[in-house]
Design a protein around this ligand. Structure first.
Ligand SMILES: [Zn+2]
Length: 201
């Protein structure tokens, strides 16, 4: 999956449709501190966000909030310089935010039952290899990398040339802990807490 190097490339990818705007609505808000030029993600990530926010709203009558979405390599280098305390998955130059596949959903202000519902919603999708979730206790968010396989091919949606170029195949859940496929290598992270892990006291 191609990384977004700089603002120029970001512009080109939003023009071509390789990146789309976050699907903001009354069900899905965006942290006002997030720069307007970083409120983009991959089309299948947007689809996932719409589905998630719709289900959450139907259950709780409240919106979810996106804290972070696409980042450029240029911006990530800046983050590394100014914030040595960034969680590893967030601070890495291999961060999936650099491809536009990853979004952070804020846990701030959510009740225990809302957070429990989110875990229960996300876990089966992770088991199916359609996305990867890390619960960032440090930053109080769900860091979610959505795979292209989330979005069924040929579903009548707009076809994206960059997406077509990808050779990624859906990950099999049972293969998750074994040798990663080449496409997954860029998503390696360190020292983060897997979903439902029990690191906290
Ligand atoms: Zn993140």
């Amino acid at each position: 999956m191609k990384r977004v190097d700089d603002d120029k490339m970001l512009d080109a990818m939003t023009q071509s449709g390789a990146l789309v705007a976050l699907p903001q609505s009354r069900r899905l808000t965006v942290d006002p501190r997030l720069d307007t030029d970083r409120r983009y993600c991959r089309p299948w990530t947007a689809r996932f966000l719409t589905d998630l926010a719709q289900a959450f709203y139907a259950r709780f009558g409240a919106p979810l909030k996106v804290d972070s979405a696409v980042r450029t390599v240029q911006y990530q280098r800046h983050l590394l310089r100014v914030n040595g305390n960034a969680a590893p998955a967030e601070g890495e130059i291999r961060s999936p935010h650099l491809t536009g596949e990853a979004v952070d959903i804020s846990k701030k202000g959510l009740t225990r039952s809302e957070i429990g519902w989110l875990r229960a919603y996300l876990l089966p999708l992770q088991s199916q290899g359609r996305l990867d979730v890390e619960e960032e206790f440090h930053q109080a968010c769900f860091h979610i990398s959505v795979y292209e396989s989330y979005h069924p091919a040929g579903g009548g949606e707009r076809v994206i040339s960059v997406a077509q170029a990808s050779t990624q195949t859906p990950a099999h859940p049972q293969a998750r802990s074994h040798a990663p496929a080449p496409a997954r290598r860029s998503r390696r992270r360190h020292h983060t807490t897997p979903l439902l892990a029990t690191r906290l006291p």
